[in-house]
Write a protein that binds this ligand. Structure first.
Ligand SMILES: Cc1cc2nc3c(=O)[nH]c(=O)nc-3n(C[C@H](O)[C@H](O)[C@H](O)COP(=O)(O)OP(=O)(O)OC[C@H]3O[C@@H](n4cnc5c(N)ncnc54)[C@H](O)[C@@H]3O)c2cc1C
Length: 450
């Protein structure tokens, strides 16, 4: 089964159940369940919106003092908005695009033209590429993808993307550049990524690999619009769920002593947070084992605020083989002389960068860029850093499906547990994306209503 079609069919069949469940039975009125949702990220908010629109009472419980979760828009200077979490909306991400349209949130082009710094040499966008042999080979690999059988996909899932590339003749500079670019997507070295997960991503994504759009004014605006319709009074921020008891009904207890009860629960939080909750009865052992296995990608976003956009092109991004790893213009389309460049590092580089001072990180950036862009040091106005590897709720940016995990671990994580339905980006066909979070939240809402 196609990776994307998997969840769409899951969603449709849940929708079918919903239709059947909401048909009026003669002489009876169907009792609507009360639902608690844990997590006010895009998955939890999308679930709450769906349920609210069906007239179902929802209570959303959120640990942080803000909504949006891993979507984290941040203002720099007077009015420049950057994303410290989820950034790009893909052209193929239909649900998030539909929601933006419905709520009147314009999406702006956020595609970039990639420059390269490799072995000390600078290559402007358009002047570098893979070898013609590797380009032809990779094109043929992508073209063959639709013909893969289920068994072929499972075989691919049993080894890593680096091995797959090597086995297919990728070597030397081509392999180095694939590692740099693809690890930016997955947040860790491609030696840790399932070959199936990676191939599916590249074969099924838009031309720019879903790095296409961004919500004008910040992606968090969508969370605010969702909250507006769900109703502020139904969302409890600053409430951290510590205990969940499931008997005839569900009882949720927060660390501040507040208790909530309902018929059903949607648990839309990252796997680390699921494990930290005290569940009564305890989580089934296959679910516990799956939670123990899944890792999340370590990403560090270091934002550098400059008094001038020395990079000149609005659509500037640059991948390097040095420790800042990947740079992109984070204030594209925002009118100002000033601008923000985000240095985006992954894996071990991210963990190391997260422990350094701003001064140290800025020096790394200058070491990488100054030979090619002169006089930039004096333009630096300020810096901000967020390391997702230490985020207390996810301990990573998004789930990282490694060897033999896509077909074995994800199905365990998706299973309903008594009154509890799970949602979140880690369960999505569009895994690792805001779109995936929304898809799973909506699917959980359908399942609850069924
Ligand atoms: C650095 C980075 C870059 C990214 N880039 C992109 C991108 O370019 N494009 C894209 O589409 N996506 C991107 N993503 C991924 C995207 O942001 C996520 O897939 C999505 O936001 C996850 O939503 P979610 O609702 O599943 O989880 P979350 O957003 O994590 O929401 C879960 C919520 O649950 C809360 N919570 C946890 N435990 C508890 C508890 N015990 N009690 C109460 N509340 C709790 C958390 O505080 C959180 O708010 C990126 C993410 C990061 C971090």
């Amino acid at each position: 089964m196609n990776r994307r079609r998997f969840i769409r069919e899951g969603t449709l069949s849940a929708g079918g159940l919903l239709l059947a469940g909401s048909l009026p039975l003669s002489g009876y009125s169907v009792k609507k369940p009360q639902v608690i949702i844990i997590g006010a990220g895009f998955a939890g908010l999308a679930a709450a919106l769906r349920l609210k629109r069906k007239g179902i009472t929802v209570t959303v419980i959120e640990s942080r003092n803000r909504i949006g979760g891993r979507v984290f828009s941040h203002t720099v200077g007077d009015d420049l908005v950057i994303e410290l979490g989820g950034e790009w909306v893909g052209n193929s991400h239909t649900r998030i695009r539909e929601l933006c349209e419905e709520f009147g949130l314009p999406l702006e082009n956020n595609q970039m033209n990639t420059h390269l710094v490799y072995k000390g040499q600078y290559h402007p966008a358009g002047s570098w590429d893979y070898s013609s042999e590797w380009r032809a080979k990779f094109k043929s690999i992508l073209e063959a993808y639709p013909n893969l059988k289920e068994a072929d996909k499972r075989t691919l899932d049993r080894y890593d993307w680096w091995r797959f590339l090597v086995n297919n003749g990728c070597s030397g500079r081509d392999l180095d550049i694939r590692e740099l670019l693809d690890s930016t997507d997955f947040g860790e070295s491609i030696r840790h990524v399932s070959a199936f997960a990676a191939l599916a991503e590249y074969a099924e994504s838009s031309e720019k690999n879903e790095m296409d759009l961004k919500i004008k004014g910040g992606n968090a605006l969508l969370a605010h619009k969702l909250r507006g319709e769900i109703g502020m009074e139904h969302i409890h921020c600053g409430h951290h769920v510590a205990h969940i008891s499931q008997k005839n009904r569900v009882e949720v207890t927060c660390t501040n002593g507040k208790k909530f009860t309902a018929d059903k629960l949607i648990c839309a939080i990252p796997t680390f947070s699921i494990q930290r909750i005290n569940w009564s009865p305890g989580l089934p052992s296959p679910l516990s084992a799956a939670l123990n296995e899944l890792q999340y990608a370590r990403i560090n976003k270091h934002a550098l605020h400059f008094s001038e956009r020395f990079w000149k092109e609005e659509a500037f991004d640059l991948v390097s083989d040095q420790s800042p790893h990947y740079f992109y213009h984070a204030t594209k389309n925002q009118r100002s002389k000033e601008g923000v460049l985000i240095a985006y590092s992954v894996g071990d580089k991210a963990a190391s960068n997260a422990n350094q001072t701003d001064e140290f990180l800025a020096n790394d950036v200058f070491r990488c860029l100054e030979p090619h862009f002169s006089g930039i040091r004096s333009l630096l106005k300020g810096q901000a850093n967020y390391y997702w590897g230490n985020d207390p709720y996810s301990y990573g940016a998004y789930a990282l499906y490694g060897i033999d995990q896509w077909f074995r671990v994800m199905p365990e994580l998706k299973k309903k547990f008594l009154h509890t339905y799970f949602a979140g980006e880690h369960l999505a066909d569009w895994q690792g994306f805001m779109e995936g979070a929304i898809n799973t939240g909506e699917a959980a809402a359908h399942a609850v209503m069924g």
